[in-house]
Design a protein around this ligand. Structure first.
Ligand SMILES: C[S@@+](CC[C@H](N)C(=O)[O-])C[C@H]1O[C@@H](n2cnc3c(N)ncnc32)[C@H](O)[C@@H]1O
Length: 365
């Protein structure tokens, strides 16, 4: 039996809160910062903190050498966050793309705008049935709003509007990038993992289940595998399994399981449910940008060594903390907005209970 995870939740600006954390005491940072889009008029989503190099410098300081930082970003803004992370001294290692099918386009109808500007009032047309409105969507969190019943629309009136019928200003959102960064190693990765326990990814802990496709008797020749320098490897003619019993190699793409395509079986699929989102609080969770728990569990598992501590500077409703607890890690969470603290407390309590009931299953799904 392993020790129960220790969770430390702090209320305030994460820059000040992290300043009180000892240097090199955190094994991984997995975080969902503001996307700086002013989502739903929230001030916390437009402060510029995601671009603040001092924040990421503090993150760098508290991480052990080789510690990973995974940070979500908006498709329009993550490049500025990634630059700030890099400027703070992190090494950008990769980016993961989280693909989902629940987004709605927040597109401006150009033809309609032309008519409106010309003062040409369109005849109202009503459609029956549910119509998706993108006016309230933040991304892959399943928060697009489906407007049931009717929706006002209309046919183009002016010639210019007719000419621009069918033109808009935005694509349907279907992915969120996650910056994968690492604090520089002290020498080689071999030396780093042995000295600090950090620096490597938990590949076997994050393999993709092959289900019925896995056939332990299936051995393929290495020479059929791409990207191998056979001359140098000395493996020519040797036979090795290309499959691992634990599943496929984790990829830098993760899906929500809603994409119906043959190639999706190569990626981890983190299916979200309302039940998991609200576990521990039922109707209480009003946070507008909740991440799927399965996704956060997979990410913390990928970058945190056994018994390690995960820091989430932007806890929100506490999904990263819940994920860390369920995976058997200690967690430190910072959250600015006091209103979210009871939500975090309820979910953390639920997770600790869950973990206490199933302490032996380190990597359950
Ligand atoms: C995108 S949300 C995180 C949502 C979270 N992943 C979840 O599943 O609930 C970002 C959170 O960061 C918080 N926040 C914004 N600025 C902050 C700051 N300076 N310090 C600490 N938290 C902050 C916001 O209040 C918000 O709850």
């Amino acid at each position: 039996m392993t020790d129960a995870p220790v969770v430390d939740v702090r209320n305030g600006d994460c820059r000040e809160l992290i300043a009180a954390i000892p240097s090199e005491s955190v094994d991984a940072i997995v975080t969902d910062p503001p996307y700086e889009l002013g989502f739903m008029g929230k001030g916390w989503d437009a402060s510029g903190i995601a671009y603040d190099v001092t924040l990421w410098s503090e993150c760098l300081r508290v991480l052990k050498p080789g510690g990973y930082l995974l940070a979500f970003g908006g498709t329009r803004t993550f490049h500025r966050m990634a630059s700030a992370i890099e400027d703070a001294g992190f090494e950008i290692r990769d980016s993961i793309h989280w693909l989902y099918g629940s987004g709605f386009p927040k597109s401006h109808d150009v033809s309609k705008a032309i008519d409106k500007a010309a003062g040409a009032e369109r005849e109202r047309v009503y459609f029956s049935g549910g119509i998706a409105s993108g006016s309230n969507n933040y991304g892959g969190n399943g928060r697009g709003v489906a407007v049931g019943g009717t929706k006002q629309s209309g046919y183009a009136i002016t010639d210019a509007a007719k000419q621009w019928q069918g033109w808009g200003t935005a694509l349907k959102p279907a992915h969120e990038p996650i910056v994968v960064a690492r604090k520089p190693l002290i020498g080689s990765v071999a030396a780093n993992v042995q000295q600090h326990g950090t620096g490597a990814l938990n590949i076997d802990g994050a393999r993709i289940d092959m289900g019925d496709e896995y056939d332990p008797t299936k051995i393929q020749r290495q020479s059929t595998t791409p990207n191998v320098n056979f001359e140098a490897s000395g493996l020519i003619g040797k036979e090795i399994p290309i499959y691992n019993a634990g599943g496929r190699w984790p990829a830098n793409v993760i899906t929500d399981g809603s994409i119906d395509a043959e190639w999706v079986r190569y990626f981890y699929s983190a299916k979200a449910s309302k039940a998991e989102r609200n576990a521990g609080l039922e109707a209480l969770n009003t946070h507008p940008t909740v991440k799927p728990l399965a996704l956060m569990r997979y990410l913390v598992r990928l970058v945190t060594p056994p018994g390690g501590t995960v820091l989430e500077p932007f806890a929100g409703s506490g999904t990263t903390l819940v994920a860390a607890i369920l995976e058997g890690f200690n967690a430190i969470g910072c959250e600015l907005t006091e209103d979210y603290l009871p939500i975090i407390a309820g979910r953390v309590q639920w997770a600790q209970q869950e973990r206490a009931n199933k302490p032996e299953s380190l990597f359950p799904e």
